[in-house]
Design a protein around this ligand. Structure first.
Ligand code: NAP
Ligand code: ZN
Ligand code: ZN
Length: 350
């Protein structure tokens, strides 16, 4: 059995959004029903709506950064109660038995985790995301959102925040390390705040100096433009860790020169075309090239608690449902400071 809720859907690849109704499943014993307040707009949503990652299911309801309130729970739910403020990120299920799930790394589930939208669930139903009034999610994939965080500022933490938190921690960002974050977009501007709060000496690298003041205010000690060749001379062999958040193909050999001996370059941005790298750029100083994907559920909770403790939120532009197409255009043009967040209340109004 299902019930009907209002949503924003892209009817076909690259088509403009339409307000529509979608079906949500009736609560299973471990499900919670969430009335959504805010849904962040991630650059991944753009990749998916354009069909750039293949395997796209239309009509598509994107959205994997939601904050809302629990309004109903299934009979066996123990982790959440009606009235709780909660969030859901990129995953809504995983096998829970493989070695990665057991280790709390559900994002690397060996059966394949079920993504929040544009994905075939284990029940063969295509998932529909957070650009909607309500969602139904298994309690194991729902996290608590501390009340001290604003709803709109917390929503982007569910993807942008955990992606940077997980990578920064995995590769040891902290006191005594030098970290560079490339791209001050949705992911990058949260990453700068988290890296600084972890105690790393943090440098922000934008493609121009346009976001310099913001980068410094968010916690970067220095800000450089990658469009200026002098940046690469000045910063050669400087960083223990460089995290690339851009969605474009970079000249990796040039960027690898920023790393010290044994330094690591981590891609969290997912360009649509393959990258090229000369092995000498790595071998020369035993550098490492890596990539990572969001973070586990327990780690997501830890990240939210960390952000609440350090007063870290995304800086957002709140949009109404009617603004969504323009927001996508502006996001592609890097014209957002720094995350669009959909005010879902607009979907409840006629
Ligand atoms: P975003 O808000 O568009 O930010 C990307 C930033 O990259 C821009 O703000 C811009 O920053 C920089 N940039 C854009 N075009 C550039 C260009 N031509 N040259 C150099 N820099 C450029 O996107 P986002 O939501 O942060 O997502 C970024 C990427 O991460 C996307 O590919 C997304 O799919 C991916 N992603 C991955 C994960 C994961 O788990 N690995 C999770 C979420 C998202 P400056 O103006 O400062 O240069
Ligand atoms: Zn995302
Ligand atoms: Zn698994």
């Amino acid at each position: 059995m299902t019930f009907t809720v209002t949503a924003l859907a892209a009817p076909a690849a690259g088509a403009t959004f339409e307000r529509t109704t979608i079906e949500r499943r009736d609560l299973r014993p471990h499900d919670v029903r969430i009335e959504i307040d805010y849904a962040g707009v991630c650059h991944s949503d753009v990749h998916q709506v354009l069909g750039e990652w293949g395997n796209a299911f239309f009509p598509m309801v994107p959205g994997h950064e939601l904050v809302g309130r629990v309004v109903a729970i299934g009979g066996a739910v123990t982790r959440h109660a009606v009235g709780d403020r909660v969030g859901v990120g990129c995953m809504v299920d995983s096998c829970r038995t493989c070695e990665n799930c057991v280790a709390g790394q559900e994002q690397y589930c060996l059966r394949g985790e079920v993504q929040a939208y544009n994905h075939l669930g284990y029940d063969d139903v295509v998932t529909l995301g957070a650009y909607s009034t309500d969602s139904v999610v298994d309690e194991a994939f729902v996290v608590r959102v501390p009340e001290s965080l604003s709803g709109a500022g917390a929503a982007p933490l569910l993807c942008a925040g955990i992606t940077l938190f997980s990578a920064l921690r995995e590769w040891g960002a902290g006191p005594g390390t030098r970290v560079a974050i490339i791209g001050l977009g949705g992911l990058g501007h949260v990453g700068v705040q988290i890296a600084a709060a972890l105690g790393a000496s943090t440098t922000a690298l934008g493609h121009s100096l346009a976001k310099r003041d913001d980068g410094l205010r968010l916690g970067a000690e220095a800000f450089f433009a990658t469009g200026d060749p002098a940046t690469f001379t000045e910063l050669e062999r400087t960083f223990d860790l460089v995290i690339n958040t851009t969605s474009v193909n970079l000249e990796l050999d040039t960027y690898l020169s920023l790393l010290k001996t044994d330094g690591t370059f981590v891609n969290v941005g997912i360009p649509t075309q393959p990258d090229q790298v000369a092995m000498w750029s790595l071998a020369q100083l035993r550098r490492r090239l890596a990539a990572s994907k969001i973070g586990g559920i327990a780690e997501t909770q830890e990240m939210l608690d960390f952000c609440a403790e350090h007063g870290i939120e995304a800086q957002v532009e709140i949009i109404e449902p009617g603004d969504i197409d323009e927001a996508y255009t502006r996001l592609v043009a890097s014209d957002v400071r720094y995350r669009f967040v959909l005010d879902v209340a607009g979907l409840r109004r006629p």
